[in-house]
Design a protein around this ligand. Structure first.
Ligand code: WT7
Length: 654
């Protein structure tokens, strides 16, 4: 069955929800029409949700033409992102909680940080950065646990015009070093260690190891969070919290151009090393704030919880920038969904009276597997809207989320977007859109999705369509370039289908014009909502001395969505042992990080290749899926017998 074919169950918005919602169906239609017919007028108006130092007169200046791609929004305006997320709220919301911090250990106290306190901390941290010689445009890498200091660091950079690059704490020392070097960071901000689920990741010692591969001018700022003993290099390492105590609580926000880069975030693609996705200040913030308000139907006073990590774009847009720009109370949770037990998330929702809850299908599936007792045990009556992000949500998980978490009264918003897009592109609006489980439904304002024929690149006009998902014109939250490599930016997103932004996803549009994203059409896999380039894992594997060749594909995984399946050909004379398998798993963890560890390594005496030497991944994917009946044409293989051998090995593993 194709996605959408079981679309019997549509869930229209409930009348009592609609009456209190920002946007109902008629408003959506009218605003959407204006947003695409008159983007200048529409965004000219909605850009005003931010406080500008110098108001813009130019709204949109964008081109998707290969060779001349450029994207500018509100170009002649100036603003400061931190001032928009903090200072402008002080008058009316100084004593309101900006961030609720929930520590990993349920025995540790929850901390409520008011907007006033946030202001003070961010100013102090900004002054510490200045004292370390960080200037406008300098890059600062942030490698931190999910603690308020991570948000302070991001906002402190924004305040002084430094460009932050948050590296997820699950990346290894090598992964960290590559990112520090690629963006030429002057400073890395880290913590002693990161507790998660009762276990700790030694961030400082990973940073020490990373910095061995970096310029010796890179400074290391350490937040002493757990108090764990770490090594200390005089002259390089500084104690941030101590310096903050002595720093001035005043640091004027710097006036910055709308297009000044706010941050770089590395993400995997189908080829090469991870790309540094560059986001802007004005356009990004306006888009993050607007999607946060409308997608979640956020209202003044609501408590908003996005369970992502700040190391991913979801955490940037929907833990930090979007909610804070809207003056919301945003929850930051350090722990994991199953520690100390599978009721943790629901307990937090109950205790903090969470109104909007935003998580990933992999989390829902994992908790679903623990039974309904955990969720029934807590009072979830504060919840109003539930969100999903990261991968297509399977209808079973959707229905469970709806029935047991939302009790059938909370609209579910399945939001499709990417690191590159800055905010939601396809999403229901809870007061406007009838939902269908598994569909990200309709475009957000200003977004013009198109479905193209994969081969010809022809736009399919009929409502019902199946092909690749592209976007026809720019929206303010769009990435601006790849750090240091604008050619790669154009090549990756604008060269496959001329004049369009290519998302890398396949999709189907049904008779109602609803979009069903079916997953990546390139060599990228989605593991628990984390994007992983197969080429990256392959190059880590072949860097091991025992490995001659490797091919990595995704396969369906019950909890993670996709798992990592690696076919490995060993060097002549190397014996395929269980120890070696373990060693290779550990190797990948060290080279990239725990999130890249292969779920299955299959020894492959040979790989299926065409006569010109190209690995036929299509066949490898089928074998990994245990789908041997539909391998398709294998006559173009240089040696078709490898296929039988791989199938036999696969079957013997059970
Ligand atoms: C890829 C982007 C954007 C935040 C999280 C991941 C997949 C994401 C959905 C969804 C179907 C989805 C796509 C996309 N994806 N959300 N609601 N339905 N697929 O960001 O790491 O940049 O990954 O995640 O394949 O291209 P990312």
């Amino acid at each position: 069955m194709k996605p959408g074919e079981a679309a019997a169950a549509t869930h229209p918005p409930q009348p009592d929800f609609v009456s209190g919602a920002h946007i109902d169906a008629a408003a959506y239609e009218a605003m959407y029409r204006q947003s695409v017919e008159d983007p200048e007028g529409f965004w000219g108006e909605h850009g005003k949700r931010l406080d500008w130092i110098k108001p813009y007169t130019e709204v949109k200046n964008t081109s998707f033409r290969m060779g001349e791609v450029e994207i500018h929004w509100f170009r002649d305006g100036t603003l400061n992102v931190a001032a928009n997320c903090i200072d402008r709220h002080l008058k009316t919301r100084g004593d309101q909680t900006a961030i609720v911090f929930v520590p990993d250990d349920p025995g540790d106290p929850v901390r409520h940080i008011t907007y006033r306190e946030l202001h003070e901390k961010v100013n102090r941290m900004a002054n510490v950065l200045l004292s370390q010689g960080v200037m406008r445009g300098d890059r600062v890498v942030i490698y931190m646990p999910m603690i308020p200091e991570a948000a302070y660091a991001m906002l402190a950079c924004a305040r002084i015009g430094a460009i932050h690059s948050v590296v997820f704490a699950g990346f290894s020392a090598d992964g960290l070093a590559n990112r520090i070097n690629d963006c030429g960071a002057k400073v890395v901000i880290t913590a002693d260690s990161a507790p998660r689920g009762g276990r700790k990741t030694a961030l400082k010692s990973n940073t020490d190891a990373a910095l061995l591969h970096c310029s010796d001018r890179v400074r290391c700022m350490v937040v002493k969070h757990t108090g764990d003993q770490t090594s200390w290099i005089q002259g390089r390492d500084v104690d941030v919290l101590q310096l903050m105590e002595h720093a001035s609580p005043d640091c004027p926000p710097r006036e910055l151009a709308s297009e000044h880069p706010l941050f770089i975030l590395y993400t995997s693609g189908s080829t090469g090393k991870p790309k540094g996705v560059v986001h802007s200040s004005g356009g990004y913030l306006a888009y993050a704030a607007m999607t946060h308000e409308y997608t979640f139907d956020y209202h003044e006073g609501d408590v908003f919880w996005c369970t992502a990590d700040v190391g991913w774009v979801t955490g940037h847009s929907y833990i930090v920038y979007g909610p804070l720009a809207n003056g919301a109370t945003t929850v930051m949770f350090e722990g994991v969904p199953t520690y100390p037990d599978a009721g943790r998330m629901w307990q937090i929702c109950q205790d903090l009276k969470v109104n909007q809850f935003y998580t990933a299908p992999t989390v829902i599936r994992a908790l679903m597997g623990q039974g309904t007792d955990w969720v029934e045990k807590y009072d979830l009556s504060s919840l109003k809207v539930l969100g999903s992000v990261g991968e297509p949500i399977n209808p079973e998980a959707w229905e469970w989320y709806n029935a047991h978490v939302g009790k059938g009264r909370c609209p579910i918003v399945d939001t499709w977007w990417q690191t590159e897009t800055g905010g939601h592109l396809l999403t229901p609006l809870p007061g406007a859109t009838a939902t269908k489980p598994g569909s990200a439904t309709k475009p957000f304002f200003g977004v013009q999705p198109v479905v193209l024929e994969a081969e010809s690149g022809k736009e399919i006009d009929s409502t019902e369509a199946e092909g690749v998902l592209c976007i026809k014109d720019s929206w303010p939250g769009q990435m601006r370039t790849v750090w240091g490599d604008h050619d790669r930016f154009q090549e990756t997103y604008f060269s496959h289908y001329k004049g369009y932004y290519f998302s890398g996803d396949g999709c189907r549009r049904d008779a109602d014009g609803y979009y069903w994203v079916t997953g990546r059409v390139d060599d990228v896999i989605n593991v628990s909502g984390h994007r992983m380039g197969t080429a990256e894992v392959e190059s880590a594997l072949v860097a091991h001395q025992a490995v001659a060749e490797a091919a990595v594909v995704g396969y369906p995984h019950e909890i993670k969505g996709q798992g990592i399946y690696a076919y490995v050909t060993l060097m002549n004379g190397v014996e395929a042992t269980e120890e070696l398998r373990k060693e290779l798993e550990k190797w990948v963890r060290t080279e990239i990080g725990p999130i890249a560890k292969p779920d299955i390594i299959q020894w492959a005496p040979g790989l299926p290749k065409t006569r010109s030497g190209k690995i036929m991944r299509r066949i490898l994917r089928k074998i990994a899926e245990n789908d041997f009946g539909s391998l398709g044409d294998i006559s173009t293989l240089a040696d078709p017998s490898v296929v039988d051998e791989l199938i036999n090995n696969r079957m013997n593993r059970g």
